[in-house]
Design a binder for this molecule. Sequence first.
Ligand code: SF4
Length: 337
Amino acid sequence: MGGKQMKNKSPKALLLFSGGLDSLLAGELLRRNGVTVTCLAFTTPFFSAEKSIIAARRYNFPLIIAPLPEKEYIKLLFDPPHGFGKCMNPCIDCHALMLKKAGNLMRERGYDFLATGEVLGERPKSQTSQALRHVDSASGFGEYIVRPLSAKLLPPTVPERNGLIKREWFLSISGRGRKKQIELARKWNIDSYPSPGGGCPLTEKFFSVKLERLMNALKEDFSFFHAACLRVGRHFLLPENAHLVIGKDARENKRLLQLRLPHILLLNPINVKGPVALLYAPKGIISKENLERSARFVARYSDHENGVVRVLIASSEDILNIVTGPAHEAELERYRI
Ligand code: SF4
């Protein structure tokens, strides 16, 4: 009986899952061929697992959510071995890191192989056959990465070679058109999925400019805290590389409170309505000028009709009150990122 169970055991795949159409189709194709599919979504301050969670729930896939390690991700942001795309998106190395982490998880938890929804030639830089080869070799798990939508156009992987999965299950989709994927989605009743692209701010020009400026200024002090803050608020790079973020509305104020770390100063006006602001100082050292400047900046975005704003500045150990007036536009522009 034990032998029979072994023979009928369903192969287990760990599928990198963005929640987009391609990864949904890859999962569905594997599932329809008897593979047990577990989805995996990585997170960083640049991308969340929100779409993956919605799609996994809707189409009934188990989902693992795992953060990518901060140090490794920041290292590749500063110096991606395979370069950037059009903006600050190190897609090849980002994918390789995800697949390396996925491969480790595959080993630890006993999955048989990895899968992705990648389609050969769908993205000009990150899905060419050369890019896929780079990802395969940089991840260290290339022989275990199955790409069901394009598998017939790619070299056979270990699970194909050892008969665990069959090449004929898979497809030979390539190129940028998504007609075949849309037909398949219709056939398999996959009727709700996010539109392709978008979602990763590293591919956005405006975000990338701000990110690059901040990274160049802060260098080794740059952390996921700064990256996460860049998605909300107004940003100012003050003298001595102090980074001030001021919320634009109630939702952003709330987000900034969530992002605050113990070594980050919290600013908000107490005699009038106004924003929440966070102030980061390298090595925790902040000058009096920067405290006063930050208070003026916060006052500028507060209800300052009578010109006097009392700004509370709190560290984890101390509280300070600065009575000030709003900063002038020229001063704001001088330091705005
Ligand atoms: S688009 Fe963003 S998340 Fe996707 S591979 Fe590129 S850098 Fe990574």
